[in-house]
Design a binder for this molecule. Structure first.
Ligand SMILES: [Zn+2]
Ligand SMILES: [Zn+2]
Length: 386
């Protein structure tokens, strides 16, 4: 495979140089579609906006496998100095989705040219993973009705883990992420005469303090959750008591029931705290990505294949869960499957730079092991008989 991987390193760098934001991945989607067509895939475009599905059917087998890659970049200005650096000011592939796309394209070619299998392969290239729920957009556009899958897989690179090492986890592996805006409405007035007001600053301070008890007092200590107040805005001047205060929260959980509990308790606490200060609370709760849950059989299969390919020393099947979130979780709510982590480079190497950092870059050395795992997965899941 190695001799042919150069093409996909060049392709990765080309995608890197031309980053596109959520639902604007027109160039990337066209490139993906062209390549897939050239290798014999039936290509469907414009699914959920800029999503692309490549279909390859062989034999009479009834099994259907889906593998997904994400294509979008981020509104971050890339650190200068890279030959293949972003040519679009203020945009960059800072999460490695350029690499995930190139890896799946490499697999697409090797599978089409080398593999005898029996069944249907759906390669899913999705838009807008970064906060805009491109996976959900594709599903609402009929992804799994048009392209049914018995199992679905995806991978993400992880900085700080040795390049080409694979991490797996069964069950809840990444957190749900909900965004909440709380508006406190009181009565403004002169800072010298607080008795004539309903002070939203004091109410907001009490709300922030009360929210700290949700994780410490309501969530089972053996479960985990995050309630972060990331923004708090009120007032302009020291002698004016403001009418309004606004809080922005990020709420995360690794369990569907904990997620529901957080919503219930935060709503109650905010309403009751506000009422105790004669302040009105308006809560805008926007559900983001769900908890990402890997199913046991599909995780075991991929981990076993990784162990056969790369050896047990490069495969961890007990990876710790992450409080970050990922919209592949929507697909895993509908279809069994597994989200695979592949190391981007260990501590002290360039690959260790955190995603979403201006200095981050996808490690080209992990395209090959990623493509090998996908190819092997197709060979095994859609095993040709005889
Ligand atoms: Zn990201
Ligand atoms: Zn990402």
């Amino acid at each position: 495979m190695s001799a042919r991987i150069g093409e996909f390193i060049r392709l990765r760098r080309d995608i890197h140089a031309h980053p596109e934001l959520a639902f604007q991945e027109h160039r990337t989607a066209a490139l993906v579609a062209d390549k897939l067509r050239a290798w014999g895939y039936t290509v469907h475009t414009g699914i959920g906006g800029t999503g692309v599905v490549g279909v390859l059917r062989r034999g009479q087998g009834a099994r259907r496998l889906g593998i997904r890659a994400d294509m979008d970049a981020l509104p971050i200005a890339e650190a200068p100095g890279r030959e293949w650096g972003s040519r679009r000011a203020g945009l960059m592939h800072a999460c490695g989705h350029d690499g995930h796309t190139a890896t799946l394209l490499a697999a697409a070619r090797f599978i089409a040219e080398d593999l005898d299998f029996d069944g249907t392969l759906h390669l899913i290239f999705q838009p807008a993973e970064e906060g805009a729920a491109g996976a959900q957009a594709m599903m609402r556009d009929g992804l799994f009705e048009r392209f049914p899958c018995d199992a679905v897989y995806a991978l993400h690179n992880i900085p700080g883990i040795e390049a080409g090492h694979f991490h797996f986890r069964t069950g809840a592996s990444m957190a749900s992420s909900d965004n909440v805006t709380i508006r406190l409405q009181g009565v403004g007035g002169h800072g010298a005469m607080p008795q004539t007001t309903a002070d939203t600053v004091v109410a907001a301070a009490a709300v922030v303090t009360a929210l700290q008890t949700v994780v410490s007092r309501n969530v089972d200590p053996l479960h985990s959750a995050v309630v972060t107040v990331g923004a708090l805005h009120a007032g302009q001047a020291n002698n004016v008591i403001p009418e309004e205060a606004t809080l922005e929260l990020s709420v995360r959980a690794l369990d569907r029931e904990v997620r529901a509990l957080l919503r219930e308790r935060i709503t109650e606490l905010v309403q009751l705290q506000a009422a105790s200060f004669k302040v009105k609370a308006l809560i805008d709760w926007r559900e983001g990505y769900p908890v990402l849950v890997n199913t046991p059989a599909e995780t075991r299969l991929a981990a076993g294949l990784a162990r056969e390919l790369f050896g047990a020393a490069r495969v961890n099947t007990e990876a710790a869960p992450l409080t970050a979130s990922e919209d592949f979780a929507f697909m895993l709510e509908a279809v069994p499957g597994c989200y695979v982590f592949v190391g981007n480079g260990g501590p002290g190497t360039p690959g260790a730079c955190s995603v979403h950092n201006p200095g981050y870059d996808f490690n080209d050395a992990i395209i090959e092991p990623g493509a090998q795992l996908w190819t092997r997965l197709v060979a095994d899941y859609l095993k040709a008989s005889g």
